[in-house]
Design a protein around this ligand. Structure first.
Ligand code: SF4
Ligand code: SF4
Length: 293
């Protein structure tokens, strides 16, 4: 296939994928993060470590590019050189955006990362051969590679720490790629419980660990197919369309439902790198505060 054919087909796939087929019949998991509410406290990141058995690799390994954090809080500083309290730090929680047309999926030679019917970008650890193509192709740089068998070779879970590992989550080994799963283990339990009762998962029944730990409720998570879901209402009110290449917003129709306690009169919703047409499932609400922390 020529490069032009490849690009044309790729483009067609990206246009068709988000809304067609058996996808999103019952569930489409999505998130909204209010940057105006985020204080950069890192509670989400810590909760993610604990929930998902993520090894703390230490600053030496970090300096060598072996970072391992599914949720990272990025910091950006105002350009002027004001002193610390007024410097204007801005925070951006960043994790896998669960792209609907994920660039990481199409390059995996082993089919270890692929899409689930409920709109997740899944990672199958025991299929991963460690090529790291997915990481190279992820525009958000949210995939992390196990350069070592951290539990065995680096003893990151020294006794008695294994007792606090989450039994619902695999402890990954050397040569395996990993990243945010939207806490799929929690979603799976909630879906099984709901199915046993002959219903769908209700709004508020399942939370991700980062959402649960956020002291300012900056993170919303839920099922966009459910008309009652807060996250679905937020996306709608912010006029952010999951399947759109580029959002077209009508400023005259601003909703007051979104961002309730923070500047709710503005359309602040956007998706990062939307122009790449990966169709992320995470919407951010723009920060509007004048000063930082
Ligand atoms: S954010 Fe990166 S790892 Fe996550 S689905 Fe998109 S391309 Fe894949
Ligand atoms: S959704 Fe779960 S896995 Fe993803 S960043 Fe939040 S806590 Fe971590």
């Amino acid at each position: 296939m020529s490069v032009s054919n490849l690009l044309a087909n790729w483009s067609q796939f990206r246009q068709a994928h988000p809304t067609e087929g058996d996808f999103h019949k019952e569930y489409k998991w999505a998130m909204a993060i209010d940057l105006d509410a985020c204080t950069g406290c890192n509670a989400c990141s810590v909760a993610c470590y604990a929930e998902n058995n993520i090894p703390v690799v230490g600053k030496d390994r970090y300096a060598r590019g072996h970072a391992m954090h599914w949720m990272r809080v990025e910091r950006y500083w105002d350009e002027d050189n004001r002193d610390m309290p007024d410097q204007g730090a801005q925070f951006l929680p960043m994790m896998c955006q669960q792209c609907e047309a994920a660039p990481c999926e199409t390059v995996c030679p082993a089919g270890a990362t692929n899409h689930t019917p409920d709109g997740l970008n899944s990672q199958i650890y025991n299929r991963c051969v460690g090529s790291r193509y997915c990481s190279a192709n992820c525009p958000f740089k949210v995939r992390y590679f196990n350069w070592w068998d951290f539990p065995k070779e680096e003893n990151v879970f020294a006794d008695p720490l294994p007792l606090q590992l989450n039994p619902d989550v695999t402890v990954r080994t050397k040569g395996v790629m990993e990243k945010c799963t939207f806490c799929v283990q929690r979603l799976t339990v909630a879906k099984h419980n709901a199915r046993n009762e002959g219903r769908l998962v209700q709004e508020g029944e399942v939370q991700t660990a980062c959402q649960q730990s956020c002291p300012t409720n900056a993170i919303s998570f839920g099922n966009m197919v459910d008309p009652e879901s807060r996250v679905g209402k937020q996306w709608k009110a912010q006029q952010v369309d999951l399947a759109a290449d580029k959002q077209v917003k009508d400023a005259g129709d601003e909703s007051h439902e979104v961002g309730e306690h923070h500047s709710g009169t503005q359309l602040r919703g956007y998706r990062i790198f939307e122009e790449l047409r990966a169709y992320p499932s995470v919407m951010y609400l723009e920060r509007v505060r004048e000063s930082a922390v």
